[in-house]
Design a protein around this ligand. Sequence first.
Ligand SMILES: *Cc1c(COP(=O)(O)O)cnc(C)c1O
Length: 402
Amino acid sequence: MSRAPRWEIPPTAGLPLHLLDLRGGRANLAARLAAQLGTPPLQLECSGTAALLLALEVLRARQPDRPVVVVPAYTCPLVAIAIHQAGLRVRLCDLRPGHYDMDPQALADACREDTLAVIPTHLAGRVADVDTAVAVAGRVGAYVIEDGAQALGARDRGASVGLRGDVGFFSLAAGKGLSIYEGGLLLTRDAQLREALREESAWRVPRRPTWEFRRCVELAGLAMLYRPRGLALAYGRPLRRALQRDDKVAAVGDAFAPTVPLHRVGRWRQAVGAHAVARLPEFLATLRRQAYVRRARLRRLGVEVFDDPRGAQGTWPCLLLQLPDEHSRDQALAQLWTAGLGVSRLFIHALPDYAYLADRVPRAPVPNARAFAQRTLTVSNSPWLDDAVFEHIVEVIGRAIA
Ligand SMILES: *Cc1c(COP(=O)(O)O)cnc(C)c1O
């Protein structure tokens, strides 16, 4: 293993905070984002998982005899945790072979009279096939919840993602685009559902000042450390330690607590986010330009880089790559994962392969999701990853697939 680097590229391109963002001001983060994205009002919650949990509770109250939620077999473990916490059951849907979308036939098989909702997922900023989910869910009377946790700012046929399904949510967690350390946003085009979500939150979510105080300290820490030198300390060191003891789940931050806290987001963090929002469109445009150039470079090498469907324009926190097999993927990672260059993996496993989720996820065979976990890696699209470093990454990947 190589010597510890002194600086570290983050695995995804988050919008860096400025110290001036911390000055406080108007707590209008959700309103400013809604105006910027052209969406109906957004509802701010304390995490993406909390937003999903509230959505599930509202939908379950409407259809209490439907205990099952269908999710892609390769997604964030927090999705399974939210479903369990809402008193519902996970049903897995395998992926399309070699793709991040759910397989349409597997989805049709998974959706039945007992199904409350389906969760198509905009993975790594890529826009998911929500239309198929809407069609399949519609046939059995289930809802569609768009997981846009990794895709704030992504658009599909001219509108923000999250509006084709019944409900959508975004994450404002550290490392996911725009961050207030932890936060989430709910959106829906249905005014009645929007009111129900607002009411659910109003009675269900307490203030809990100690949680909010902790998040404020964490946000200040994020603002200071989210730069290559700080990240070597805050992200690189724990990453290398986890990999040294071969704990890959800890290395990518996939080990989550069994329940998610619910509390209100305070005015200061909202104001910090509201300042940063002003820089988001320009930042996303810069990332898109860089991603297009680098995607082309990787493709000339014969590497598969995931893209959006026609008519969609996702966001580019990273480039999501699929190598020919697990061996070549692992060979590339052996040289790159601990080198501080922003090369990493998305989620380590398909959901059934997380030992700690055994009581929340059924042990279904999901070969395509497993293959996806085995063959994919991510290359950061952070502006701190310069052309020379990117070219080095390209060479290493080229050797691994040769
Ligand atoms: C991060 C993530 C979530 C949960 O969002 P948090 O804000 O971290 O709670 C849900 N789904 C996906 C796909 C994610 O990446």
